[in-house]
Design a protein around this ligand. Structure first.
Ligand code: NAP
Length: 332
């Protein structure tokens, strides 16, 4: 460890609703959390969202990035420290956990909250990877602007696909929604909004089996999921919105992972298979994955870690009390 770093009470990895809510609670409990917010994805998936209409307390709706800025401000107000970097490795095998960041620093803490969220799922076909960034996108709010008066498609049948398709009609001349079944998974309000939009046309029972184009997207090849027939659909762009996968790559051989690919936690708690490591938000949730459930999950993690630290005999003490220099833990 680099000379001069202290052993903290807690390091929170992730800066979505789960990470920042855990930070707000931990900071108010005088635990001076360090939040590793990511170098390019600080704020999490809500940074790629437009209006959030279902977060309690905002009857007029709130823009995703504004909501995340408020959460960060609230965490910092109570003493959380935010670092814009990525965790490249972590060692949670000992009593004191360590986290190494992309720029080389290592931070140590008695407890870790793992709240890395989820990443957009890929269809997993060759053309998708080859043309990613050249007409294939996973973020309507980031890339929609590039498709003014173009014909594009959104793949998926959930709330994300409805939200992206509706948003993209601001730019595109036409938006196909390609769904593998004959009915949508999306909530009724989101479905109704998309179905009422004249620029949106649904392509039912269709699987994208290839993305076509040499240097840029020119279309997709579809397979009918009912009769197996194939056809090409001409397009200028494809937005993939088929759900999210939990970001667990850092902890695959470290923490127990469930059959859903999420980090295993003990019942309704945030306790992972390793003592002192807590997990919260989308990374543990295969079912609900809402901003507000993630925030609640961050609360659970903060309360669980407070109890964990209390059992060690030091919850609520200022971080400096347990600080050490040169990587030598203070004897318990
Ligand atoms: P989701 O609800 O899991 O839906 C994923 C959709 O993509 C489903 O329609 C699924 O088809 C389809 N799909 C999955 N894998 C596919 C594949 N390999 N090829 C083709 N299609 C595939 O995911 P989501 O829409 O991202 O939503 C995730 C969560 O966030 C949900 O809980 C949702 O309510 C929430 N969310 C809420 C809002 C909002 O309230 N404003 C906005 C966005 C997301 P099947 O239906 O056939 O399984």
């Amino acid at each position: 460890m680099e000379k001069g770093f202290i052993v903290r009470k807690v390091i929170i990895i992730g800066s979505g609703p789960a990470g920042y809510t855990a930070a707000i609670y931990a900071a108010r409990a005088n635990l001076s959390p360090l939040v590793v917010a990511s170098s390019v994805e600080a704020g999490g998936e809500l940074m790629n969202t437009t209006e959030v209409e279902n977060f309690p307390g905002f009857p007029e709706g709130v823009m995703g990035p504004d909501l995340m800025a408020k959460m960060q401000e609230q965490a910092e107000k109570f003493g959380a420290e935010v670092v814009y970097d990525d965790v490249v490795s972590l060692d949670v095998s000992g009593d004191i956990k360590s986290v190494t960041l992309g720029r080389g620093e290592t931070h140590e803490a008695e407890a870790i909250v793992f709240a890395t969220g989820s990443a957009p799922r890929k269809i997993g076909i060759e053309g998708e990877t080859r043309l990613s960034g050249r007409g294939v996108s996973y973020c309507a709010t980031c890339d929609g602007f590039f498709f003014r008066e173009k014909v594009i498609a959104v793949v998926g049948g959930g709330d994300s696909a409805m939200e992206e398709a509706t948003f993209l009609t601001k730019f595109a001349s036409k938006v196909y929604v390609i769904h593998r079944r004959g009915e949508l998974r999306a909530s009724k309000i989101m479905q109704d909004r998309a179905k009422a939009n004249e620029k949106i046309e649904f392509v039912w029972n269709s699987e994208v089996i290839d993305v076509l184009g040499e240097d840029a997207v020119t279309g997709v090849r579809l397979r009918d999921t009912v009769d197996g027939s194939e056809r090409d659909l001409a397009l200028d762009g494809v937005f993939v919105a088929i759900g999210y996968d939990p970001r667990t790559h850092l902890v695959h051989n470290v923490l127990d992972i469930t059959e859903h690919g999420t980090v295993w936690v003990d019942g309704r708690t945030s306790k992972t298979s390793v003592a002192g490591v807590f997990a919260a938000g989308d990374v543990i949730d295969p079912t609900y994955r809402q901003a507000v459930t993630a925030a609640g999950s961050g609360t659970v993690a903060a309360l669980d870690l407070e109890h964990y630290l209390a059992a060690r005999g030091d919850a609520g003490a200022p971080a400096e009390d347990a600080s050490i220099i040169d990587g030598l833990p203070t004897p318990a």
